[in-house]
Design a protein around this ligand. Structure first.
Ligand code: CTP
Length: 406
């Protein structure tokens, strides 16, 4: 995931993006060995700026004591009604999001049935907002038909079930049942907190660098990380879109819950993009495409020799082709320019028949700040944020507004 460990979404100086600043998250914890992972999750939520209240089932406190959660959340931990006879009502009213992680199959089944046999399940009954369940269980227990039926029922009611992952489980079996990673859980929280202007819309995003091979081991390419394209995909999902990404080579982490199709060359990217283009409502061409390819690709590794002259031929311009085929799709391009930024961006907007072009000065490369312009035929808006993720959210929000206004 992208929110932890790789510093990619941290501001300069190591300070994290406060993506959840002030948001009120109720963290429910139920009794299974994965409770220890809830400690790290709570830490992550706090680092992202969230206010967190913790609600534990009595059994879960046998795995990790309430004092750990109390210390990390800065709030008293609720297990029963001893601290407040109206705790279920007050907690339910307070929360903007109610996440239960880990959620045992026992608790999710009780929730599906509408039972309120402890403070946690009773609070679920009193709560009206977005409910997110992150189950963790032994594979056989998770796949049990009764449990699966209950999960189906919950999904039909709009509860988000954050599917467990495949891996080595505490019972020493390999299978599906591992608590979802922190990155996925945090992404679902962000999803649940955003309005959904792109509900029902299909968004197609290209990103990363295409590669043109000279021989089996050498290629022409560029060092695009794919971070902006992946950030656009994450934020488009937060806004309710069904997202598909066509990615060349990338070093940034893939966005969770998004379909990513991998390609190598510009020609491959063109083929995959055209396949998905017809169905898309919004297309964002963020890939750093190799403009040229070797005229001849050697099947064998080229020997050193004294000198080497490569003849290159032009690759197709994917975006220009999309501009020609456009039938109502909202088409967005990117332009990275070292001079005459707005003039060049506008020229590309017209030549490629775009609805919007995002123009970035070259100094954004490798910078912790991100700035640029949203250029349309009749307007220019500037933007500046401390990270690509924040810029991506701004760009997707503007795309949603402009697309819906048409
Ligand atoms: N693009 C594309 N296919 C290409 C080259 C570029 O689809 N073969 C897309 C990029 O993904 C970007 C936009 O076109 O969204 C502008 O790319 P850029 O490299 O800035 O422009 P070019 O048209 O290649 O012009 P130049 O390199 O001369 O500035």
């Amino acid at each position: 995931m992208g929110l932890r460990g790789d510093n990619k979404e941290e501001k300069a100086g190591g300070e994290r993006l406060k993506l959840l600043e002030g948001r009120r998250i109720l963290l429910g914890i139920t009794g299974g060995i994965a409770v220890y992972k809830a400690v790290l999750l709570l830490r992550e939520l706090r680092k992202l700026g969230a206010q967190v209240r913790v609600l534990m089932t009595p059994f879960s406190t046998q795995f990790v004591g309430g004092l750990t959660f109390e210390t990390l959340s800065g709030n008293k931990v609720f297990v029963d009604w001893s601290k407040d006879p109206l705790a279920h009502i007050n907690l339910a009213r307070w929360a903007e999001v109610f996440l239960i992680a880990p959620c045992t199959v026992n608790t999710l089944s009780k929730i599906a049935l509408g039972m309120g046999d402890n403070l946690l399940t009773t609070t679920v009954l009193a709560y009206k907002g977005p409910l997110l369940l992150a189950p963790a269980a032994n594979t056989v227990m998770y796949k049990n038909p009764a449990v699966q039926e209950n999960l189906k029922k919950l999904r039909e009611r709009g509860t988000v079930v954050i599917e467990p992952e495949f891996g080595l489980l505490a019972c020493e079996e390999e299978g599906e049942g591992k608590l979802a990673g922190e990155g996925r859980i945090v992404d679902w929280i962000l999803w649940s907190l955003h309005p959904k202007p792109l509900e029902g819309k299909k968004v197609l995003i290209t990103c990363g660098a295409t590669r043109e091979y000279i021989d089996p081991v050498r290629f022409i390419s560029n060092d695009s990380s794919g971070e902006m394209g992946f950030s656009l995909a994450r934020t488009a999902r937060w806004l309710g879109a069904e997202v598909k990404v066509i990615a060349g080579f990338t070093t940034a982490e893939e966005p969770p819950e998004v379909e990513v199709i991998r390609v190598v060359s510009t020609e491959d990217m063109l083929k995959e993009t055209l396949k998905a283009f017809e169905e898309a409502d919004i297309v964002v061409m963020n890939a750093a495409v190799a403009d040229f390819r070797p005229k001849i690709r050697s099947d064998r590794k080229i020997k050193k020799g004294k000198a080497l002259t490569l003849e290159l031929e032009k690759n197709p311009d994917i975006l220009e082709e999309l501009g020609r085929r456009k039938r109502g799709q909202f088409l967005v391009g990117f332009a990275l320019e070292s001079e005459n930024l707005l003039q060049n961006a506008r020229e590309k907007l017209r030549r490629k028949n775009l609805d919007l072009i995002v123009a970035n000065p070259v100094d954004v490369m490798g910078s912790s700040h991100h700035r640029g312009y949203l250029v349309r035929e009749d307007s220019v808006e500037d933007f500046e944020f401390e990270s690509k993720l924040e810029s991506a959210l701004h760009i997707m929000n503007r795309i949603a507004e402009l697309h819906l206004k048409r």
